[in-house]
Design a protein around this ligand. Structure first.
Ligand code: UDP
Ligand code: MG
Length: 320
């Protein structure tokens, strides 16, 4: 019996692209079913992330039109990561494998078959990795590459050029459900679950319609979240910096005393000011980083639900 696949697709204000890509997803899934790679009861689950346009109406329409489509809707917009998590948690007990993918058609949909093949070959997690970024603008490519370098340099283990296009087996998802944190950065968390994993390479193309929801500001906040929710390296870095500055100032103090006794006491104004600025800057950055972690602790102690589903296009069996 081939595995039951559920494709999980977060959607936020995607009315322009959904009618185009839903057809492509459907064709791909029908192909997989026809070739007996996945079971005929496989599904496509759209997660509406509190869209303000007609995305949810489109999803409902699709689910009425074709039984392969299903949808759940979040009670409000909570961001891509939480929408994806909601979808994955929704289906973890009713399928064998999930593939998560963005709904804009940027990720090569035909790579799904290779992912399923890797699963059939024994992998529990298959990371979709972009082999080229030719169609992205220089700016997007540069910021995205800096993003991965920064993440890895700061101790968050992520697969280079892997976003959230990924096959995950239900076995991994069941273990993953035990990761209870509220600050989630899925692509950095799945490597922590372990199990056998592998990569599938594909070329990323342009959005088929609509526009990106990840401007530089959101990318930066995703990077900061990624680092601070997975690693405490930045705090260690502050300590090292503190020790370094302390040694420097100790030398500085000795130097000034020596100058005093040598009667060379015409001390330059600029050196004083630059030292003050330097120390001030370091202190502010350090406070900022510590604040970031305290903020995380604050959110974790609240332990609020990570997603709230308000509507479904299907009736959920509560025993699931
Ligand atoms: N998305 C979401 N909630 C949000 C922002 C985005 O569910 O608050 C979805 C969006 O519909 C898309 C995916 O996350 O399916 C990736 O977003 P986008 O394509 O805008 O990002 P980019 O590919 O430009 O990084
Ligand atoms: Mg995109």
């Amino acid at each position: 019996m081939p595995p039951k696949l559920i494709i999980v697709i977060p959607c936020y204000n995607e009315e322009e692209v959904l009618p185009i890509t839903s057809r492509l997803f459907r064709e791909e899934l029908e192909g997989l079913i026809a070739r007996s790679k996945v079971s005929p009861d496989s599904r496509i689950l759209f997660v509406n992330d509190g869209s303000k346009d007609s995305t949810w109406e489109i999803i409902r329409g699709l689910s009425e039109e074709c039984e392969l489509f299903e949808g759940i809707s979040q009670s409000r917009n909570r961001g891509h990561q939480n929408a994806l998590l909601a979808g994955l948690m929704e289906v973890r007990d009713i399928c064998d494998i999930t593939i998560s993918i963005d709904c804009d058609g940027q990720d090569d949909i035909s790579a799904m078959e290779r992912m399923v093949d890797e699963y059939l070959g024994g992998a529990e997690i298959v990371y979709g990795v972009r082999s080229a970024r030719r169609t992205d603008t220089f700016f997007k490519r540069f910021t995205a590459q800096s993003f991965y370098r920064l993440l890895n340099g700061m101790g968050a283990e992520v697969v280079y050029n892997h976003a959230d296009y990924r096959l995950v087996s239900s076995r991994v998802l069941k273990e993953f459900a035990g990761f209870r944190e509220v600050n989630i950065f899925l692509r950095g968390m799945f490597p922590l679950v372990g199990f056998r994993s592998t990569c599938v390479y594909y070329e990323r193309s342009e959005r088929l319609a609509g526009k990106s929801h990840y401007p530089l500001s959101k990318m930066l906040s995703l990077a900061i979240d990624g680092i601070t929710s997975l690693s405490i390296k930045p705090i260690r870095f502050i300590t090292v910096m503190g020790i370094f500055v302390a040694i420097l100032s100790f030398i500085g103090v000795i130097w000034s005393i020596v100058q005093y006794f040598l009667h060379n006491t015409i001390i330059g104004w600029s050196s004083t000011v630059s030292i003050i600025c330097f120390i001030g800057g370091i202190q502010l950055i350090s406070l900022g980083i510590i604040g970031e972690y305290i903020g995380k602790i604050y959110m974790e102690t609240k332990a609020r639900p990570r997603y709230i589903i308000s509507e479904r296009t299907f009736v959920r069996n509560e025993k699931d």
